[in-house]
Design a protein around this ligand. Structure first.
Ligand code: UDP
Length: 232
């Protein structure tokens, strides 16, 4: 299979005109990849957790690129034309919004906040507004409006789902693309690499912040997320 793209945590292969295979690696990176490590087994956990999340979204009527999980580390997906956009949805303050705007970590936001970041390695993924996204021709106004609508729907679904499994969805990142049939869809992955998840009772961090700030065994956190979402 032809390798189409290799990122920090995944490789994407072309299967045919309409489909791709995503391979989940064990590489963990943070702070613009200045911190990097191999965490054996992370790829398996992220593929498994992402597959559960995409299935849940599909069941709830959200279009995604997901077709099926074909092996421990591989997911078959529809080929999508990706928007150069990282869409972050926040329920509770953490991470860059604290650094940028001076929030204390852990403040519940009055309503979910949607932020756009320009997916551009050279520029280090800067925060942008809708007008920037339009001027940069990342997407048109209508598409951006649809993306916000879908992002908020995904937030409602995931927040409720995680809550029912004893987890707080603090914030997360989504990526979007157009499927071969032209539909707007959620793509990439939904995993503890891309979501902040806290234990609802103890507040313990079970996501990539464990790696970012050396808070404890990364895999242990991800394993506990998987156990929870599998109903354990
Ligand atoms: N996020 C991500 N990829 C990125 C940047 C952020 O998956 O390139 C996720 C991150 O894990 C968190 C949310 O998006 O769940 C918000 O991230 P934030 O803007 O706070 O940046 P951070 O300080 O985490 O890099």
């Amino acid at each position: 299979m032809k390798l189409l793209y290799e990122g920090k945590a995944k490789k994407v292969y072309e299967v045919d005109r309409d489909k791709c295979l995503i391979y989940f690696k064990d590489t963990a990176t943070a702070f613009d990849a200045t911190k990097k490590a191999e965490v054996e087994g992370k790829g398996v956990l992220n593929n498994t957790i992402s597959s559960i999340m995409f299935k849940l979204l599909e069941e709830k009527g959200v279009k995604t690129h997901f077709i099926e999980r074909v092996s421990e580390r591989e997911m078959l997906v529809w080929k999508a034309e990706r928007f150069d956009l990282e869409v972050v949805i926040r329920n509770i303050t953490a991470g860059s919004i604290c650094k940028r705007l001076g929030f204390r970590e852990g403040e519940k936001l009055r309503k979910p906040l949607v932020e756009f970041f320009y997916k551009n390695d050279h520029l280090h993924d800067p925060l942008i507004c809708v007008e920037h996204a339009i001027l940069l021709r990342i997407a048109d106004k209508k598409t951006l409006r649809d993306i916000v609508k879908i992002a908020l729907k995904v937030n409602t679904i995931l927040k409720r789902f995680f809550k029912s499994h004893g987890l707080l969805l603090v914030d997360f990142k989504l990526e979007f693309g157009r499927l071969p049939d032209g539909a707007l869809a959620v793509i990439d992955e939904i995993s503890p690499d891309t979501c902040r998840l806290w234990d609802a009772k103890t507040g313990e961090k079970l996501d990539k912040d464990r790696f970012r700030f050396d808070l404890g065994d990364l895999l242990e956190g991800y394993r506990r997320v998987l156990e929870r979402v599998q109903g354990g």
